[in-house]
Design a protein around this ligand. Sequence first.
Ligand SMILES: Cc1ncc(C[n+]2csc(CCOP(=O)(O)OP(=O)(O)O)c2C)c(N)n1
Ligand SMILES: [Mg+2]
Length: 1012
Amino acid sequence: MIEKFIVPDIGDFENVEIVEILVNKGDLIKINDPVVTIESDKSSIEIPSTVNGEIETINVKVGDKVSKGDLLLTIISSNNGLTDKIIPKETETIIKQAEATLEKNKIHEQTLLDLTKEKKNSINQVTNIYDTDPLETQDWLDSLNAVIQQNGNQRANFLIKELINQAYLKGANIPYTQNTPYLNTIPPEAEIKSTGDQNIERRIRSLIRWNAAAMVVRANKKFPELGGHIGTFASAATLYDVGMNHFWRAKNNKFGGDLIYFQGHSAPGIYARAFLEGRLNEKQLDSFRQEVQPGGLSSYPHPWLMPNFWQFPTVSMGLGPMLAIYQARFMKYLINRKLIKEEGRKVWVFLGDGEMDEPESMGAIGLAARENLNNLIFVINCNLQRLDGPVRGNGKIIQELEGSFRGAGWNVIKVIWGSYWDPLIANDKTGHLIKVMNETVDGEYQAMKARDGAYVREKFFGKYPETKALVSSLQDTDIWRLNRGGHDPHKVYAAYDQASKNQNGPTVILAKTIKGYGMGKTGESVNTSHQTKKLDVDDLLYYRDRFDVPLTDEQVKNIQYFKPNENSPEIKYIKERRIRLGGFIPQRSIYSKPIKAPPKDIFDFMKVSTGEKEMSTTMALVRILTSLLRDKNISPRLVPIIPDEARTFGMEGFFQKIGIYAHEGQKYEPEDFAQLTSYREEKSGQVLEEGINEAGAMSSWIAAATSYTNHDIEMIPIYIFYSMFGFQRVGDLAYAAGDSRARGFLIGATSGRTTLAGEGLQHQDGHSHLLASAIPNCVTYDPTFHYELAVIFREGLVRMHEKNENVFYYITTMNENYSHPEMPKYKNCEEGILKGMYKIKEYDKYKKTKIQLLGSGAILREMMAAAEILQNDYQIDSEIWSVTSFNELRKDGMEVERYNLLNPDKQQKVSYLEQCLGQTEGPIMAASDYIRVNSDQIRPYTRKSFYSLGTDGFGRSDTRKNLRKFFEIDKEHLVVYGLSILAKEQLISSKYAKEAIKKFNIDNNKPMPTKL
Ligand SMILES: Cc1ncc(C[n+]2csc(CCOP(=O)(O)OP(=O)(O)O)c2C)c(N)n1
Ligand SMILES: [Mg+2]
């Protein structure tokens, strides 16, 4: 059957040019194979075939303009593809998933039911002064107890919700609270018990505590300026140890490994464990925070500085939680795209309660629930303190976090009270103990742990006669021993066990601990705990005794480390546990294979002139990506990341072509389903469409850019954003990307101060290149022409993904349409593009006066136009240099200068800048669409007179022409400045500049743009 293949609905576009025909007559094609590429000035889209068959005729040619309904070609079809299409291939999967979920829920409910049937009635009756009818209350409570016992928690939950809904419908606005009483989520009878040897584990933990503290104290004794933290790890030791001994599985040849985000300033404890494990030696511990000599231990987790140890940089607080959420999401993305196996790997994230005040910390918790990230576990160490004082002195951080996380849809596990409290809570027949627990604020809880048992008896239990009576038979020392959940390995184990088995969404464990636990008067639960880094002899002796560390007084005075011998039960145990769990943690390793770069000629079509066809470099980038999607090696590894700007950048064609990642597939028929650019969501979709969420998009990019180590598969993330909302908005994440050894592309689109004409002050970027330049391993480019972009992009693929250099690329692209010339033919042009500059044109007619003109990005074309005027109207010769990267030129200049200064007696090197400009005639005038410091960066590395122009000042809305005039980088200003520079250099008379100012209507009394 002959099928007519016509232009489908392509949205708002008409008369769109055909730029590629991807098939020939007689070719056999399959459904979805691209047939032709069409391009408007805003977008570039491949049209896929809708049938299988053989191409019979091709009815169009490159350059033709087509609209919806036009005939493209005819195909002898071998089957009718449309029938296939009617049954969406996702449908079956969705049904299967739904069935699986139903099954899972059934199992889950049954487990809960079993659990609650076993458990005793642990609901306490709280005396309440507002209770006007206690008998009626009792009836209701009895009914509820019966439901829980007979039908389980889910049913009870449902009934309560129904009651609240009913009250709401009857006009009583009773908000449903997300909070539960201030008690452990897991009741004692439901706790799963650890199989570990608690005595040995306690001894190991004590040694780790000691060595961690000793390491910090020793370093600060030697060099008081070094700093460090003892109190944080002291509060978190049990939380880490239970994970290390029982839960966290390392990466090895059989398993991908759990990913653990350690709280930054608990690093000493992690080193101390590695010391017992035999991974670090005393010498290394003694070089804590002394990293300049190789082998030093970094203050915090830094993959850049300890690339075989740390995986995630976490110490800039707030980044860890967000990065980890997107890490867990990216793990699901790789699984759903079938690039890695589903192995039940988890992402565990350790956070401080103070850290949760960072907006970023909570900023993405909704996404974690929405995406059902059951591979994600947050452990928030609620030691109730941050650096200066209490986190919530007047409230309760655990309750507050419980409300927020539960509200967002997380599974919340509170670990508040240790086992010593269990009998007291069980004996609280009147409910007064819970009442006191609920009423006491964190400021009081903190103060109590800075005092003693007598104080707790008076201030806590003394609040009601009932609670006082509850502890009447206890000694003050017994009261003091009442432990907090986060310090009780049994409670922590039970919480971890439940968290790691949870299948319904992410879990947060809120563990109550004591900051500076065990540090006594100097550091335990006092406001200065955080910064305690020096302990005197008495403190150390106290610490030793508190944790029974087998050291003599003399050894304590010398602050000696303690490591039992290799055959001791402790060392055998610690190693055996890790062997069972597959290896050591943390450990950073790389088993990914490089990706073969695309053939050298892949972008050759971009090295020829576009003729009259105008396009932006953003469109050129879309062309590059379209070609890469046809490369079998590269295509599956591309991760396009867009924060709700695909249409701005002309990338909406990717929606249909490669799909938008959505873990649930697409449950609705999109409004535009008939269009070629339809919003297609799919479980195996490739595009990460992050919404208006730059920080999230950047976190996704980092996850993808470090996939080569965290998932052992090299990916090529390309995150495209408004250049102003890149480094300026998420600069700290970009810095963390550098630390993480990220590899991938960041594309600052609609870049520059004057190419994004109408958007105004907050949108127009005049400095992102400078922000990017502060990151040592970030390679930046500001190209003007399509071939420059193509050369740079391919080199990026080779350097990062084939040769695996630990750099990442920041490239700016623009939205200004113009025609692009062919690439200059001389030998070293490509090399120049990559090194940062190359000569693009020379005017040499008059051989009297010459000037060197350096233009970059959007302003190169203004510079080229100015050169033409200078030649034609003023007989000034010039050499025009396209500067693709002032940053790269500066890096080279710095390095050469440094070498020459440090090697005065050796043959002096010549910077690339000087190789280009050293022998040329005339002064240099440089301009870019960025503030002057951008081009000024290279000033120190040339001996020639150098003048810099740029877009200093706030951006504002106007036409490109007016903006360039305002910032004095339009061709007219460049001519005037050029003439004036030549006059200043006494190469021509100043009258030319003066005349030109008049001729071009330039107001030389206008204030500096920075002041406007
Ligand atoms: C973004 C950022 N701001 C400030 C700091 C400095 N700082 C390090 S630890 C800390 C207090 C941490 O308190 P919390 O999160 O409760 O952790 P804890 O030590 O109590 O476990 C501060 C302010 C930082 N590391 N990062
Ligand atoms: Mg804290």
